[in-house]
Design a protein. Sequence first.
Lengths: 293, 274
Amino acid sequence: MRNMQKQTKIFLILFLVPSVFGFIVFSLIPMISAFYLSFTSWDVIGGAPEWIGMKNYIDIFRSEEFYRVMRNTLKFITFYIPSIMVSSLLVALLFDRKIKGMGMFRVLLFIPVLTSWIAGAIIWRSVLSGQYGLMNNLLALFSIKGPAWLTDPDWAMIAVVMVSVWKDLGFFSLILFGGLRGIDKTLYEAAKIDGATSFQVLRRITIPLLTPTIFFVLVTTIINSFQLFPQVMVMTGGGPDGATQVMVERIYTYGFRYFEMGYAAAMAVILLLIIVIVTIVQMRLQKKWVFYE
Amino acid sequence: MNKKLKLENTGVLVVLFTLTFISILPFLWMISTSLKSNGALLSIPVEWIPKTVSWAAFIKVFTRLPFIGALANSTFITMTSTTITLISSSLAAFVFAKFEFKYKNLLFTLFLASMMIPIQVTGIPIFIILTKLNLTNSYLGVIFPTVFNVFAIFLLRQYMKNISNDFIEAAFMDGANFWQVYWKIVLPMSIVPLTTLFVINFMNYWNDYFWPLIILSDPNKMTLPVLLSKLNAQYTTEYNTLMAGSLVSMVPILIVYAFAQKYFIAGIQEGGIK
């Protein structure tokens, strides 16, 4: 028996080694060093990082760029979150109907999710191109003159939002649909017998019971909003005129284009803090509206 | 009543059809554009369907551009990464689901907390670590970090918890060792989450952009997304070439999805409920 216990111990350790090793090397150490780097100035090539205290942070908060990046992110969130929530909820509700052939829609709507951001963004760059693009030519059929989506500072972020909703709809509607399937259908029937209209059932029963899943989707989409990157890189490269510059795009540009690792690390730490704070606030607020049985 | 239901269902189908059509439309545009000649790209009014089908873009993609190489690189990196993730995560998940040891909860909490940290925060130090290990500009540099995947550990652990202890104890009684229990009992019983994770990870690694972009600078080692983004910068308006390349890059993932689709949707929904 003792032998058995010893054997178990060795196996336990062996089984955990790959993940624990990965955690230490690719998560824990990088986390600590990112924090350290953010107080240094370092261009990777020449010598060791030089300690400069809070300078990176001060520079960031003094730069106009930081506030532009925040405004851009806020603009993205303002348009993206309501659009993705409403559209994926609508699709999930439709999915929940028992109709033949529903599976096909589920599969087709998932194709944008499977597409890489790069391919997706390239396709949309063509769809949105001013004169020869699909979008403006379609709008022209209804005598609407579309803007030069990606080169107009007022419209570029809206275009990024549009593409993001297109890409994410299939995923979040599937998650919400999963939540809907967990709701006891006899509740609907009972309400109907009591004379409730479909809208009342939706507002008083379906939505409240779905709030845990809605909460999950909300937290995920907001975190994703702060991590916006590939669609911006490929579609606009942060332009026009900085109208689509966002945090991760800046971190990439400073870190891997200009090799200002310390400055980029400080931005990354700020990004992490923002995400943590926003998530904590959401966790606190959830008690007010999320309904747990 | 029946009539009303029928009318409602028709309405549902019309709305779904419209939404699906809108979301598929860019892909139809992609196919149409990829089959245009350079001249047809700029014709006004726009040719919705190319008047003459030109395969020039596809020929260019496969002969003049390094697509075959990128396809091979992406396939190798994705398959290896996915396999490594599934093995290392299922090993850890088995231990977390079925055994007690000191600091187990602390370790698991730390794992979960690390999910909050975006790759962009840890990216710079990981890059430096890989540089020190001489792993930048190598496949291994892209593959190595995938050994730790909290999401996979979490999903598998949830599932393995529900595997009855009787099976496992009986196997130990019969003299099976740890590895045999894991390999012959626990893994075969976890086929649903493993398939789900296979698709999710295959998709993530196949489509990953940030990491291969940073690690792989040698053009011969580029993955498809990196090659596509380079072409995007180089051939800004040569949309037939870009579209043909995008289409080629999508085919493998669509094939994987087509095969695993049933398991995958079931798995992702279970994940959504919990």
